[in-house]
Design a protein around this ligand. Sequence first.
Ligand SMILES: [Zn+2]
Length: 417
Amino acid sequence: MHLTEDTPKHAAGIRHVDLSNLQVASSETARRINRDIVLELIRTKQPISRADLARRSGLQRSTVSQIVEQLIGEKWVREGPLASAPRGRRPTMLGLNEDLLALAVDIHPRQGTVAVVDLNGRVLARATTPLTSDPAASTRLIVDSMQSMLRRLPGKSTEGVGVSLPGRVDPATQRLIFAPNLHWPDFDLKKTIEAKMRLPVRLENAATAALLAELTFARMDGVRDAVLVTVSEGVGTSVFANGKIVSGHRGAAGEFGHVPIDPTGPRCACGQKGCWETFASSRAALRYYREFQPEARGITFHELLNLAENGNRAAVRALARQAAWIGRGLRILIAGLSPSTILIAGEITPAWHRYAPIIEQEVARLTLAGEPPVVRPVREGDMARLRGAAALVFQRHGLRELPMETSSRSSGASKES
Ligand SMILES: [Zn+2]
């Protein structure tokens, strides 16, 4: 069962308790919650003193000091310089330990990006490598890239490897179970990277990873219902409902990109016809461009964005049509989930000024009741999947335990660490 903080104290009637999943609140649970609060305050208010932590958290000074010592011992936090106070004792300031790093991997159908990311979400190094439909050969390239990157960063400590994938990962087996655009045969990516790197590896769907990045490194206080949509070769979504990331049976919740919205539409990589992603992905935008300008040579999506910026009419029209389809598909999400916020990540975000007015118009037209949700790109949206891969590593080790709906996932993760 979950003890939610928003249950009113006077509501002492019968409450639904799932007896198959009992977790009784213990003093250990309370210590964990206090630790998470202190760590989150340090992350968001750094540099901060112990006295300030006590004031802001409402915890006793002695409790704060104990937790801080524990966090320093665990290498999450470190003491910085003394604060400059006009008179009296100068307190030691605390901040996150920036020498604690995660290796992040973002896999797309044709290329992979490897990066070193610190505890504040800063990308310290980044390299891109081409990938093929051979997972073993592709993994070798990724591992080579990670190893040479680490050699250039001596004296830092690496916590693990996070991988964001264009597909769904079974939370129990950590194997890829649905990745229609990747065309990889069954392959144990996690074990292979773990054996080569000798670090724990965590895999996650790219949209969920991007949502984790927003929850871990940005501020989403007060938002309890949101949907994150990644738009690239495909369209992926991750759902944050009632303050929890929805995982669903076998971790497959959120495949709105494969909801058919026009049965006469193009064939999708998943085998169906007319899925939302066949109209709203960057591949769809390239198809529209070829329709509007049949004599044009084959280009990448990045080149399409540049053409639009340079005023190419076919490119501008192609992106506008893609934007309209993104907006229309959001209707399914809004009607079904009623999010207050829709976050957009992926390769369209650098051209957000082009997409925003069209998407907002579609969304406003289709909202059933009340105010339409806020639609906004995530910070540095083309890096969100990469930052999310790093967030997987830090989350697993306790930098803000993120609420996952399936408790088996989070308890499994904490047992490993
Ligand atoms: Zn599909």
